[in-house]
Design a protein. Structure first.
Ligand code: PMP
Length: 430
């Protein structure tokens, strides 16, 4: 029964474009109507009709401690009653910045914003201001939010809905964004040579979550690091998904490659709308009022959002065992899926890094956008719906990663693996 969700979707479509406030939520790529959520606790979501789902989106990452986690809830409750916003600096913002700088290896200074999109838009403005150069290099299938400069060969919802190059982005903006295939260092070098002295920044998701999960091949990140150092290009790791998730210090800690700038989001708000960008002192000191590059925000550093984020980051900082738990549990999920595939004589590709993973409905390795696009999207849609009928809530697109939280138990992992087997049997009529 999803009657209430269906009714709400009908109403929503009258007053909200496509009935949703972010495109992938509309379930367009998988058919059927989106479910309207009423509440969530631990590993479970509950929709308006009272159905329960085991959640593998976890708000696209931030719910790493599970839904309605008491530590974060309590911090928010403590912040209530002291006003929701001051428009003036607060102690918590200082503590938050100190904690982020301590946890993320390459950061020396950080500025809070309200979303991942704001973080990446601001970061490239600063990189341009710092270097005095205009162009940026991004990778096909990487998603960096909906800033004009990034809606070129974009992943995530943009590719899910078939608009990787959005109308509304001017030719002038588009020509300053150069796109190259992910994991292809040679192509990056060619692009840098062809635009000698003009590239301000190279931006990438060090582990891509937005074309499904795609890890960097060995040497790719270090190769970019060396190239950027040689060519005076600002290397930006967009760790909006990977930050504080793949390790305490994000992908840069895991792969031991330090960017010049980092963008962060989602998780640092503990579920509240927060983003941040930061980097080396000399770069960040270009930002107003310390320097001339303007960037601002009325609600930036919002006290309620800072309370939630600070509680979550403090927990992660003080409980490094979270990462070992997530690593073990997610590897169990993937091993279970691989055993299912073997049992059914099927060959699909599963990629995983830490607690992020994807199953691609293609037998070939997925290392970039082209290979990700070889996936059978119709089959993915059937798989998604079969999992949903079994109470497992996956990302409604082949081009998204799944996220595991510490609220997932060993027993629930078994439930997921059993559902995966059943779904594979259903879609292949085995
Ligand atoms: N960068 C990356 C890597 C992302 O995954 C996202 C969102 N999925 C963004 C930027 C944009 O963040 P937001 O949706 O908070 O604007």
């Amino acid at each position: 029964m999803i009657q209430k969700s269906s009714n709400l979707f009908q109403r929503a479509q009258q007053v909200i474009p496509g009935g949703v406030n972010s495109p992938v939520r509309a379930f367009k790529a998988v058919g059927g109507n989106p479910l309207f959520m009423a509440s969530a606790k631990g590993p479970y979501l509950f929709d308006e009709d009272g159905n329960q789902y085991l959640d593998f989106i976890n708000s696209w990452g931030p719910m790493i401690l599970g839904h309605a986690c008491e530590t974060v809830e309590k911090a928010v409750q403590d912040a209530l009653g002291k006003s929701f916003s001051f428009g003036a600096p607060t102690r918590r913002e200082v503590e938050m910045a100190e904690l982020i700088v301590q946890m993320v290896p390459s950061l020396e200074k950080v500025r809070m914003v309200n979303s991942g999109t704001e973080a990446t838009m601001s970061a490239i403005r600063v990189a341009r201001g710092f270097t005095g150069k205009d162009k940026i290099i991004k990778f096909e299938g990487c998603y960096h939010g909906h800033g004009d400069s990034f809606l070129i060969s974009a992943g995530s919802g943009a590719i899910t809905l078939g608009v990787p190059d959005s109308p509304g982005v001017t030719k002038g903006v588009a020509q300053d964004t150069i796109t190259v295939p992910f994991n292809n260092l040679a192509a990056v070098k060619v692009a840098v040579e062809a635009n000698a002295g003009q590239i301000a920044a190279i931006i990438l998701e060090p582990v891509v979550g937005n074309m499904g999960l795609v890890p960097p091949v060995k040497g790719f990140l270090q190769g970019l690091r060396d190239l950027c150092t040689q060519q005076n290009i600002v290397l930006i790791f967009d760790e909006v998904m990977t930050g504080f998730r793949l390790a305490k210090g994000g992908a840069q800690e895991l792969y031991n490659v330090l960017p010049d700038m980092t963008t962060l989001g989602k998780i640092i708000g503990g579920g509240m709308p927060v983003g941040a960008y930061g980097g080396k002192k000399e770069i960040m000191d270009c930002v107003a009022p310390a320097g001339p590059v303007y960037q601002a925000g009325t609600l930036s550093g919002n006290p309620i959002a800072m309370a939630a984020g600070f509680a979550m980051l403090t927990y992660l900082n003080e409980h490094p065992e979270v990462y070992a738990y997530l690593e073990n549990l997610t590897s169990k999920l993937v091993e279970g899926m691989q055993a299912n595939l073997a049992k059914l004589n099927l060959a699909y590709t599963i990629n995983r890094v830490g607690s992020m993973f994807s199953i691609f409905f293609t037998p070939d390795p997925v290392t970039d956008f082209e290979s990700a696009k070889q996936s059978d999207l119709a089959l993915f849609g059937q798989y998604f719906n079969s999992m949903l009928r079994q109470g497992i809530y996956l990302a409604p697109s082949q081009f998204e990663s799944l996220f595991v939280s510490i609220a997932l138990t060993d027993k629930l992992a078994d439930q997921y693996i059993a559902a995966n087997l059943a779904a594979l049997q259903v879609i292949h009529q085995l």
